[in-house]
Design a protein around this ligand. Structure first.
Ligand SMILES: *[C@@H]1O[C@H](CO)[C@@H](O)[C@H](O)[C@H]1NC(C)=O
Ligand SMILES: *[C@@H]1O[C@H](CO)[C@@H](O)[C@H](O)[C@H]1NC(C)=O
Ligand SMILES: *[C@@H]1O[C@H](CO)[C@@H](O)[C@H](O)[C@H]1NC(C)=O
Ligand SMILES: *[C@@H]1O[C@H](CO)[C@@H](O)[C@H](O)[C@H]1NC(C)=O
Ligand SMILES: *[C@@H]1O[C@H](CO)[C@@H](O)[C@H](O)[C@H]1NC(C)=O
Ligand SMILES: *[C@@H]1O[C@H](CO)[C@@H](O)[C@H](O)[C@H]1NC(C)=O
Ligand SMILES: *[C@@H]1O[C@H](CO)[C@@H](O)[C@H](O)[C@H]1NC(C)=O
Ligand SMILES: *[C@@H]1O[C@H](CO)[C@@H](O)[C@H](O)[C@H]1NC(C)=O
Ligand SMILES: *[C@@H]1O[C@H](CO)[C@@H](O)[C@H](O)[C@H]1NC(C)=O
Length: 803
């Protein structure tokens, strides 16, 4: 779409509209001395890019502010606010105007609320305020457009716009700072700020409440040391001005049609956001620092930070947010408070002793006190002796913490081994009891849900074996490095792929090519078909995996959207797809240990998609071709072109047919709405293929169709599991793992969604944390075979490709 002709058109409409309006009759971008702005009136920059007027932030706020936002973007992004700390309540009784002394003033019922606060030296009854297409509001003499008396760019709120200076006035010592909002709905001055070094060096800092916690590193004339990606000129270019009067940078985007901004966010990260026209959303392309949990005290007292949850902050068990309103609006600084006070302080004679809750896989708070206790028990009783001791840990040495706990980080499950990464948190015994019973309750309904309700329900006792330590310590969740999503230029990708010369394969709606970035990293570049489907797929990919990060999801490095070209750039996976490893004739077959880890890793990736990111993501197309393998054969779920993003509050999602036949859950075929359990079904089908090393449906040379899962389900039902194992493995497999994998696979392909386990339960079963009983044989598989001719002919029609 031609951006400029669209904005010109809008401006035209606007001008026509306002030429009939009694107010603002001269120019729609200017506020004149004899005019004022009130109610819902606005002024709009000449090109129709920015708009200034009253607005109210968020959905529940009753406060109004004067602000500037993008005129044409439906998801309102306010880039500047006049009165952030002085809201008004009634726009009808308020006006923004040029006062008699030439200042720009906001007044409510005649009482000034905010002013540009200039001391005017000459008679200035001719000053005007003009909103420019850069987003800058400039106060100047009407007749002389070169001299700005005052400009909003000199008084930033939380946003740094392209071409805006952000720096230090060396003479006055005044330093321009971006300061975060207090929370998502309150633009008043928050805790986090971003600005250049007030001491005069060429680097930007981030501060929390005045304490520095991050730096861009020094500018070397080309890049900032700590953000080479962003500053290397790939898509941002900086201009540095340093002289005896000032020290500042401005930046622009290489692609000038990009609508982007840098915001000091309420989470303590500076974010570069880009407007994605095709998906109508603001997407971050860079987060500084990349790890939100490195922001000090982000989650407040007794909060814990995890990269794998949204929001990042949660309260430790036994604690609740001090203010749930603030907490829900992403202001976590108030931290958490105990549900029940420690009984240590209770003067009653028959008080209960406090107890400790073991929390594993954590990075404990900094600044412990070290005690000379020789054993864990001594360490525990040392902590109990002081009413101020709130936690201890013991790994050879005894560390205790007194008072509030800050900066606790939750790591991936199973990522720490032994006693390191284990913290014992002191709680009132009554809270500990409720935590324990909650834990158990959390699991039983899932399993009962997975078994009950079946017409052929066998009442099975499912033994729960609770192990606090995972038997399979796995890698820490991958750290997000540098800029998380890079905007690539088309010509750079043409170069990286050597003009799209080395084809790796064809995914849904596009072809994948091998590429080499200038720093020699190998990438896979997917070039999407230039059709409506390609556009849809692009949106799905960028908005889903662009925001989901997990060690078992393929890493999207960035994308390119220029003209009609849509490209996605991924990490290169040297071992190709699981499909090619299993089904193509290879000299070396994947051994059982690797297969089991692939099954487990894939389940973890899916569990993360289903439950751990902002919205629940249903992949919708799980099959061996979409599981990629890195150099260590660690699996990465790929190809999110079919994925459905649904909010947490979803019940069931209506849908059109997606996915690949053979892996499709019955609810797809019968046209019912789908839930994450559809992925569970496809996963189960795939797991049978991983175990057996053969396709589930095969046509033999004499034309006979074999549908493997039925046979497999009946063998598993009789516990004849070794007969399912890929014969090429010659029986070399861990039988316990094999049994768990076989059983869980058949549970996954149950007809009724409610009988299938969730992906996180699958993970626990594979890990051996939860035991699983023999699954019943799914009935619909038989029906499928009845109709197998149809099924196979439709598969032939679609050539095994996705629909
Ligand atoms: C602006 O406010 C007036 C009076 O409150 C109302 O009649 C008018 O419809 C509003 N215009 C818009 C565009 O909301
Ligand atoms: C306001 O409501 C809309 C739609 O109901 C929602 O998408 C948006 O996230 C809400 N904004 C905030 C700040 O809660
Ligand atoms: C500005 O003030 C001068 C004298 O004080 C007057 O002649 C002139 O008309 C005023 N201009 C406007 C635009 O009010
Ligand atoms: C505009 O203002 C500048 C700076 O104050 C001054 O140098 C210039 O002479 C003025 N031009 C006119 C036409 O008033
Ligand atoms: C500025 O320099 C002084 C003295 O070198 C140092 O104490 C101070 O921490 C510096 N401030 C910042 C923000 O780096
Ligand atoms: C910020 O700093 C001030 C003064 O240094 C202190 O009183 C206040 O409690 C701090 N706020 C937070 C949320 O840390
Ligand atoms: C905060 O969110 C939680 C969970 O969504 C909800 O139960 C609670 O009522 C919310 N609190 C407030 C004050 O909105
Ligand atoms: C103190 O302990 C007694 C006995 O267990 C209990 O009934 C009482 O509620 C406790 N008081 C507080 C403030 O927790
Ligand atoms: C870790 O395991 C616990 C209990 O099994 C579960 O509640 C939690 O969601 C898991 N967290 C992650 C990040 O997987």
């Amino acid at each position: 779409m031609d951006h400029w002709s669209k904005s010109c058109f809008l401006t035209l409409v606007f001008l026509i509209h306002f030429s009939f309006s009694s107010h603002l009759s001269k120019a729609a971008d200017t506020l004149y001395p004899d005019r004022s702005l009130s109610g819902n009136q606005t002024i709009v920059s000449q090109g129709g890019i920015f708009e200034l007027g009253f607005f109210t932030p968020g959905n529940n706020s009753k406060n109004f502010y004067i602000g500037i936002w993008y005129k044409q973007i439906p998801v309102r992004a306010v880039v500047w606010i006049a009165n952030r700390d002085h809201p008004i309540s009634d726009t009808g009784a308020s006006e923004l105007k040029i006062s008699e002394d030439g200042n720009l003033v906001l007044a409510q019922s005649g009482i000034p609320v905010w002013s540009s606060n200039l001391i005017m030296t000459t008679s200035t009854n001719s000053t005007v305020a003009v909103l420019l297409d850069t987003g800058n509001l400039v106060l100047r003499y009407g007749s002389n457009s070169s001299a700005a008396l005052w400009q909003s760019f000199d008084h930033p709120t939380d946003t740094w716009l392209p071409r805006q200076k952000l720096g230090l006035n060396r003479i006055s010592g005044e330093n321009q700072l971006l300061i975060s909002w207090r929370n998502l709905e309150d633009p008043s001055t928050g805790l986090f700020s971003h600005g250049i070094d007030p001491n005069g060096t060429d680097q930007y800092f981030l501060w929390r409440n005045g304490t520095k916690y991050w730096t861009t590193g020094l500018w070397n004339g080309k890049i900032f040391a700590n953000i080479p990606d962003m500053s290397s000129g790939n898509y941002l270019s900086y201009v540095h001005v340093s002289n005896e009067r000032e020290n500042y940078f401005t930046y622009t985007f290489r692609d000038t049609s990009t609508i982007s901004r840098l915001v000091m966010d309420v989470t303590g990260q500076a974010k570069i956001l880009k407007w994605i026209e095709s998906s109508q959303e603001w997407l971050w392309v860079c987060l500084l620092p990349s790890d939100p949990c490195s922001v000090p005290s982000l989650c407040g007292a007794f909060g814990s930070c995890s990269l794998e949850t949204v929001p990042f902050c949660s309260c430790l068990e036994g604690f609740e947010p001090q203010s749930s309103t603030d907490w829900n609006l992403s202001d976590w600084s108030g931290g958490c408070v105990r549900r029940t006070p420690l009984q240590c302080f209770n003067s009653s004679v028959n008080r209960e002793k406090d107890e400790f809750l073991m929390i594993s896989d954590v990075q404990p708070p900094t600044n412990p006190q070290y005690l000379g206790a020789g054993t864990a028990e001594e360490c525990e009783s040392a902590c109990l002796r002081s009413c101020f001791c709130t936690a201890y840990s013991y790994s050879g040495t005894c560390s205790i913490w007194n008072g509030d706990l800050y900066d606790l980080k939750k790591l991936s499950n199973g990522s720490s081994t032994g006693d390191s990464g284990v913290l014992y948190l002191r709680l009132a015994a009554s809270d500990l009891r409720s935590e324990n019973s909650q834990r158990v309750h959390g699991i039983i309904p899932i399993i009962i849900g997975a078994v009950a309700g079946s017409a052929v329900c066998l009442v099975v006792a499912v033994a729960l074996i609770w192990k606090f330590q995972s038997k399979h310590p796995t890698g820490v969740s991958e750290e997000i490095k540098g800029c998380s999503l890079v905007l690539f230029r088309y010509k750079d990708l043409v170069k990286a792929t050597n003009r799209f010369s080395e084809k790796l394969g064809a995914g849904s709606f596009g072809t994948v090519f091998k590429g080499t970035l200038p720093d020699s990293t190998l990438v896979a570049v997917k070039r999407l078909e230039r059709t409506g489907q390609g556009e849809k797929q692009f949106r799905a990919e960028v908005s889903t995996i662009g925001q989901a990060r997990h060690v078992n999801l393929v890493g999207l490095r960035g994308f390119c959207s220029e003209g009609s070209e849509r490209l996605l750039v991924y990490d290169y996976m040297p071992n190709g797809s699981l499909g090619s490893q299993l089904f193509q004739k290879k000299s070396k077959i994947v051994d059982w240990t690797a297969r089991f880890q692939i099954a487990l890793g894939t389940a973890r990736g899916l569990a993360y998609l289903h439950g751990h990111c902002r919205d629940c993501i249903i992949h919708c197309d799980i099959k061996p071709e979409n599981i990629l393998l890195d150099s260590e054969f660690s699996p990465k779920v790929a190809d999110f072109g079919m994925a459905k993003l649904i909010g947490r509050e979803f019940s069931r999602v209506l849908t059109t047919m997606r996915g690949t036949l053979g892996y499709l859950a019955p609810e797809w075929i019968s046209g019912l709405a789908i839930t994450p359990k559809a992925d569970v079904y496809s996963y189960g089908m795939m797991l049978l293929e991983v175990i057996s090393g053969r396709r589930n449906a095969e046509v033999s040379e004499d034309g006979n169709v074999t549908f493997f899962p039925i046979w497999a389900a009946s063998k598993i039902n009789k516990d004849e599991i070794l007969s399912l194992l890929d014969h090429r493995l010659e029986g070399k497999a861990n039988v316990d793992e094999l049994r768990r994998a076989c059983r869980v696979a058949v549970w996954c392909i149950q007809d009724e969604e409610s009988h299938r386990p969730t992906m996180s339960l699958v993970v626990q079963i594979l890990e051996g944390v939860v035991e699983v009983n023999t699954p019943p044989i799914p009935k619909q598989l038989y029906n499928l075979v009845e109709n197998r001719e149809d099924m196979l002919s439709s598969e032939a029609t679609f050539g095994g490709q996705t629909l």
